[in-house]
Write a protein that binds this ligand. Sequence first.
Ligand code: C2E
Ligand code: CA
Ligand code: CA
Ligand code: CA
Length: 278
Amino acid sequence: AKASGRNTHRFFAEAMNVEAVAHLSIRNGLRRALERGEFLIHYQPQISLDTGKVMGAEALVRWNHPERGMIPPGSFIPIAEDSGLIVPIGEWVLREACRQAAQWSAAGLPLTVAVNLSARQLQRPDLADTVVAALADSGLDPLFLELELTESMLIENTDVVLANIRKVKALGVQLSIDDFGTGYSNLAYIGKLAVDKLKIDRSFILDLCRNHDSARITAAVIQMAHSLNLTAVAEGVEDDDTVAHLRHLRCDVAQGYHFGRPGPADAVERMARHANSV
Ligand code: C2E
Ligand code: CA
Ligand code: CA
Ligand code: CA
């Protein structure tokens, strides 16, 4: 038993070491990735449930690693957040997404682009300046930029965070609360911060048609959104039954594999040209 205990111990030690090495190699790689332009953005369409039109797209970053291939954000965003590299990476995503949305607008496709923000970015006193610069350099109308925040980022609502939210709102940028329903929300902030959209977390949407609790929570969030004059967005919509259920609940916008997986900007553009018949 002792020997096997020791083996187990050694196994964990080695596993942790492997993980630490992987962590370190990702951290070093991230710096180089920014310099060498290894990041790219995939866009996932957001569809109006009223009209079937493409309203916009969420920008989701990917790392096209020279040896490891495409690395999903879940494998490097947390490390980028720990090391602070999320700030320059996030700025790159913001600039690139604004450039893309401006190009869509110029091509006669007025689509909103939604960009995810990290807590680190929201805590920086120069966030609004960064947003102003990204808008100015791209020529994008602020109306077509949406910033996604999570509830947990608003828990520590420091003066800097509140000032940032007020400043970007004053620019005319839209704000949404991402993964809504999973955090410890203090619902009072929603009215105070003048957000525009609630994105219902995909964990509720994925089993909407099978789980009564998910269905009740989704219905309640949509009702609450509407009573506050906010847009309700469902993410993780994977099938027809879920679409029908969300229509029944009067959800406004849907995003998910059913409509389109995250992909190159062209795919969203093609879909919008077809669905919006422009
Ligand atoms: P998120 O903001 O909740 O983004 C939605 C995630 O759900 C995406 O994963 C998307 O591919 C996935 N998804 C979309 N539709 C479906 C569906 O129908 N079913 C299922 N099962 N999943 C669906 P992805 O691209 O791997 O991104 C994961 C997370 O990484 C994002 O979650 C976001 O928190 C973070 N992330 C991505 N890009 C950025 C970025 O530029 N900055 C920051 N700070 N975080 C980012
Ligand atoms: Ca998001
Ligand atoms: Ca989300
Ligand atoms: Ca509606």
